[in-house]
Ligand binder design. Sequence first.
Ligand SMILES: Nc1ncnc2c1ncn2[C@@H]1O[C@H](COP(=O)(O)OP(=O)(O)OP(=O)(O)O)[C@@H](O)[C@H]1O
Ligand SMILES: [Mg+2]
Length: 612
Amino acid sequence: MAEAETPKKVGVLRALGSLLPFLRRRPGWVALSVGLLLTNIAIELTLPQILGRAITALGSPGTIEFSLTKAVGILLTLVVIRTGVGMILGPIRNSTVQRTLGDVRAAVYDALQRQSFSWHDNARTGELISRASTDIGRLQEFFFVCLLFAIDVVVGVVGTLVLIFATNALLGWLALAAMVPTVSAMAWFAVRLQPRWRRVHDRHAAMSTVIQENIAGVRVVKAFAREQAELGKFQDRKREFLVELTGAVNYWAARVPFAQFLFGLGVPLVLWAGGRQVIAGDLALGDLAKVVFYLLALGNRIGVIGQITTIVQNAGSSAQRVHEILHAPRTLPDGTRPWPSDADPTIRLEGVTFRYPREASLSFDPPPGEPAKPPAPKFEPTRSVALDQVSFEVPAGQTVALVGPTAAGKSTVLALIPRFYDPTQGRVLLGGVDVRQFRVTELRREVGIVFQETFLFSASIADNIAFGRPEATREDVVRVARAARADGFISELAQGYDTVVGERGISLSGGQRQRLAIARALLGNPRIILLDDATSAVDSRTEREIREAVQELCQGRTTLLVAQRLASVRRADWVVVLQEGRVVEQGTPEELLRRRGAFVELFRTQLQEEVS
Ligand SMILES: Nc1ncnc2c1ncn2[C@@H]1O[C@H](COP(=O)(O)OP(=O)(O)OP(=O)(O)O)[C@@H](O)[C@H]1O
Ligand SMILES: [Mg+2]
């Protein structure tokens, strides 16, 4: 079998670039933010012009037409406008960024929902949660860069340089000369900073893993009285994270002033060169002052360049991780055929061989100091193929029981019918049509499924039952709950159907959960039922209730039933015995009992119990 391969990461810049289209979804907001920002930059660039003019005029009174009152008035007006613009710009920019971030979140959520089963099989839940929360959070700063810092720096720096050149070419060249070593030094520092941010993120992930595992495994931690040790482990991870984080932040914080110092050397230079021109009478005093004001403003912008570098480096690796989810290839091509209303629900498997795909869904960063090697997959298969040349039929309206030892491939067979996976070889047919031809959503709506493990959402029991049909009325819900023999225990709960069940429905027993799942499937009134019955060890009353529920579910439908209990198998029209992915026996229950083969072997204990 091919080694699990992790997908290649896209470059930081490409990943960040792929996020830009999200800004295009809010054109009005973005235009407003950018427009207001440009207004402010324009005001900022105008202020030194007015000051320069005033200084020139005051230095040699009477030579040019000048009104001090007017100059002060204009200055004051501009400052007031700038404050006003700033006050509305902040909230508008914030909303734009938050809305855009919301769009990214929705897109990631959508991509996660659309991914195939095998993609999810090969991705870790913790990893996905961290990408969908922490990483998207880090992108917030990136959108601020796009809407604020980048525009501010580019327009601000270019605009300032142009205005300095327009005032005096020599001083323009000097300003440019001061920029070059400064920006080079910043770039040099930034390159050295990048691996530090990488380590910060790795340490953060290590710390989060401890938190996540301790929450998920809280029972084990408590049962073995390991609270102190686990707390110690967390403290260690937290310390390591903080050391890296302060290291990275301080590295940068200590170097920005150095870069600003380099640039600061330009000011005396300009003063010297410009001062000589003023003395020689070639340059107005106000123009020299103007250039100095511009230089000081440029110096502040250099700090902003530093901030941009930090943010882009920080958001870059997060953008890569989000990009991978958004652009993961869809492995399940959709069909085009609508589900016919008079469809024949016969299920047929023809020579189906299936191997679970093993490619890793996501790339990953190795833990600090360790060489890159793919993480072990979530599932280690016990053999190379899960199903091997499986063929059988479930005729319309009949019930077929699928039996076999654990890991035989029973749940896998069920998963192939609504196309959770596609067979590696062979075909699955519904009414003679390959399931790959149907539209997936329609196909899945026609097939009712009761999974081996029932997942309940943290919502009321009624909402859980109506999950697939949210429009169902309370009467419908109660009706199916009655049919599924769940009404009894639900009515005993204080809040009845409105009782909220826990994250995983932990307050309900396995048998109760299963009956809720049966009710959920019944509500859709599907013509095909797939039932993965895992509960083999329940008391006789529950056993009877579940049996009745199952009977109700199968009534008049085409049913494929994974069965653990002899009583359910006996009522089936046909039995298929699976072993290690192969069909080893099939026939009516009576035939198989008489044959004394694999089937009898499988149910030996239950048969003996019946006899005694
Ligand atoms: N998502 C998965 N990814 C990879 N391998 C899997 C996955 N699910 C099951 N397998 C493997 O496929 C084989 C068949 O598993 P399956 O779940 O179909 O068995 P089963 O007959 O339903 O067993 P049980 O009675 O215990 O539920 C096993 O070897 C198992 O390890
Ligand atoms: Mg199973």
